[in-house]
Design a protein around this ligand. Structure first.
Ligand code: GLC
Length: 662
């Protein structure tokens, strides 16, 4: 290693374990370069030296990217953000945030990936690779079990080990394979112990089992006691506060903390500085602001999910098209808090963009339903009258950064009531109603879904979202997104309902049964299932083949055919079912997927490799992942509820590898 720890005084070593200020690591009295960190997973949110944030490109949020089911897209998205970091001088971007979506009410779900740990892990890993291949570090956050904002600084997430291993640790396990420079610990306690002091999580699992060799940094203000944090294998407490230095000095002077314990943490910080210096040699900015915006729009196109399309009302081909709702002019790009990106880009009106694309004499016009500052509709009449006379009406509604953001959770899954009224009242005067919806997490659409013919879910897809929507709504681009989280029929149907724990403990009583695992196993109806997304094309699935490579390794293949006459992309999903298990397992679990572009009439063979982990559950009695002999199903679907092909196999490992099996 370039830097020898012997060249640093004890005082300098204490300083290396706490920030220099809000955003930098210590320079150890000028012996080291500082490492600059900035938020936020959805674009660079960097404070200028004078204080206000620099303006940056608002890229599609991670939740929207996950709806693309395209890891390459996430890789590119991260690379574009890295480019802006290089331009403005940030060494580490504080992202990706890979917390699994346990409840759709969580305020920060717009920053998170999915209700499924496998999908979240694949996308989180791609994000780290995209960012770090450009020479900018990452901070995979928020480790661990930080799945709602409610009282996040104090509450204990009480989670059994099997659930931690099979659900909440998996995205960090996958992302760690990409060698992230840092992992950020969360604010909350895990089973009574603050994440910033949790040696089992931060060291025994993250480092010794997952192989993480970077720096564990605290969330900002998450260190409650710097001495216990060092003992808990936290490396750097952020941001600077002199009380942390005083605590380290006191603990050392009293013999509570040894120099050996200090050095174990300092070594990681010195390695981080070296990583930064090596990266500085390869960093290259390549995009202009305009190019970054163009990429934001291009990437957003694959994030859009067509949830409903009755009578093929889309793509728009009608003559007289009314567009209403202020979000058509000013669409929400991201949620609130540290993940919010200050962009100087003013969205182009969806109406103007539609008119650029529309052919056959189609014309879009905007109907100005007046909105007061509280965004309350105060003049729907104009919209209703316009809709009554039009061939089709497109209403733009959704949540925004005031409803979804850091430090608070949603109180409801429904849209603001005036937006529901707008939909329901417009539906009284026209049956040709299309809803474009913006949100960072699942919405309860049940009050109005049967009254509209089509729903296009844009997510929070950044500053290029209106360009992307215009292309999808007019068929210039065929929608290919699929939901990375279930849209339930109501919040009461979710695994946690409105329950937020008893005020100091939030018990994960549902265990591994979250998201589709919960709805499938409890046989609950849903509004739109995990993995659901329509296309303007149609696809046929056939010829499932399962090639056995070993007792627990298989090559699965199947054919997808585009039976329409337009080019389109299709995400097909592979779920594994352990038919008889001696522990309770979900009905099925996502273990692979492919996304492929197919021309009209074209067929392609899909391939997914399965290994032991694809069949295993975490056996806490054995303290390891464990494949139990028996029958398994391989289920290929266009969504978790649209299973097209099912294959069966039986695993029969030798008895000396089996325990108390079914
Ligand atoms: C915030 C967030 C974290 C962010 C950090 C720095 O509280 O929890 O995601 O990176 O502090 O702003």
């Amino acid at each position: 290693m370039k830097y020898n720890i012997k060249n640093f005084t004890l005082e300098e070593k204490f300083r290396l374990l706490i920030g220099k200020d809000l955003w930098h690591t210590s320079d150890a009295n000028g012996k080291l370069p500082m490492v600059r960190m900035s938020d936020g997973p959805n674009g660079l949110r960097m404070h200028s030296p004078e204080g206000p944030e620099y303006k940056s490109t608002a890229m599609p949020t991670v939740s929207a990217l996950c709806n693309s089911w395209n890891p390459q897209l996430t890789y590119t998205n991260a690379a574009v953000i890295a480019d802006e970091c290089i331009e403005k001088g940030t060494d580490i971007l504080l992202g990706p945030a890979v917390n699994v979506k346990r409840t759709p009410l969580c305020g920060r779900n717009f920053e998170y990936c999915s209700e499924d740990p496998y999908l979240a892990g694949v996308m989180g890993k791609a994000y780290v690779e995209g960012m770090q291949d450009k020479g900018v570090g990452t901070s995979v956050k928020h480790y661990l079990a930080n799945n709602r904002e409610y009282d996040r600084n104090h509450i204990t997430s009480e989670v059994d080990e099997r659930t931690l291993r099979e659900i909440y640790m998996v995205p960090f396990e996958f992302a760690t394979q990409a060698k992230p420079w840092t992992v950020m610990c969360s604010y909350n306690r895990i089973n009574g112990l603050y994440a910033s002091e949790h040696r089992w999580a931060l060291n025994d699992v993250l480092r010794d089992e997952f192989g993480f060799d970077g720096v564990v940094v605290s969330d900002w203000g998450a260190t409650h006691n710097a001495m216990r944090a060092v003992k808990g294998a936290l490396d750097v407490t952020m941001p600077y506060e002199e009380r942390h230095y005083n605590k380290l000095k006191e603990a050392y002077d009293k013999g509570w903390l040894t120099e050996e314990e200090i050095d174990a943490r300092v070594e990681n910080v010195l390695r981080l500085v070296e990583r930064k210096e090596n990266a500085d040699k390869i960093k290259k900015q390549e995009y202009t602001k305009e190019q970054r915006h163009g990429l934001a729009a291009e990437l957003a196109r694959e994030c859009i999910v067509l949830l409903k399309n009755e009578d093929d009302i889309l793509p728009l081909k009608q003559k007289d098209i009314v567009v209403a709702g202020m979000m058509a002019l000013d669409p929400p790009m991201t949620g609130g808090g540290s993940g919010f990106v200050f962009t100087e880009h003013k969205s182009q009106s969806l109406v103007e963009l539609l008119n650029v694309n529309l052919e056959n004499g189609g014309k879009a016009r905007y109907s100005e339903g007046l909105w007061n500052t509280a965004k309350i509709l105060i003049n729907g009449n104009a919209i209703y009258r316009a809709a009554y006379g039009a061939d089709v009406t497109v209403l733009c509604v959704g949540t925004d950064s005031a409803i979804e953001g850091e430090s608070f959770d949603r109180e409801t899954l429904r849209l603001p009531l005036f937006q529901e009224d707008l939909i329901l009242n417009t539906a009284k005067v026209t049956e040709n109603l299309v809803v474009v919806m913006f949100a960072g997490s699942a919405v309860d659409v049940s009050p109005w879904i049967d009254k509209v013919k089509a729903v296009v879910y844009a997510g929070f897809a950044g500053e290029g979202v209106n360009e992307a929507l215009a292309d999808v709504l007019t068929g210039k681009v065929c929608p290919s997104g699929k939901l990375s989280e279930t849209f339930p029929l109501c919040v009461e149907d979710t695994p946690t309902g409105m329950n937020r724990g008893n005020g100091w403990v939030d018990r994960y009583a549902e265990g591994v049964m979250i998201g589709y695992r919960w709805y499938d196993t409890k046989e609950k109806g849903v509004a739109f299932p995990f993995g659901h997304g329509l296309s303007y094309a149609k696809f046929e699935y056939s010829d499932l083949a399962i090639e056995k490579l070993s007792e627990t390794d298989y090559e699965v293949s199947w054919t997808v055919k585009n039976i329409s006459d337009i080019t389109a992309k299709e995400v097909s999903q592979l779920y594994v079912r352990d038919v008889f298990a001696t522990v309770e397992r979900p009905l099925q679990e996502l273990k692979g997927f492919t996304k492929t572009e197919l021309k009209g009439g074209e067929s392609k063979r899909m391939h997914v490799k399965l290994d032991a982990r694809s069949f295993a559950f975490y056996n806490v009695s054995l303290g390891r992942w464990y494949v139990e002999n028996g029958d398994f199903e391989i289920r290929i679907g266009a969504s978790s509820r649209d299973i097209r092909l099912i294959g069966k196999l039986c695993i029969e490992q030798p008895e000396n590898e089996q325990y108390s099996q079914f």
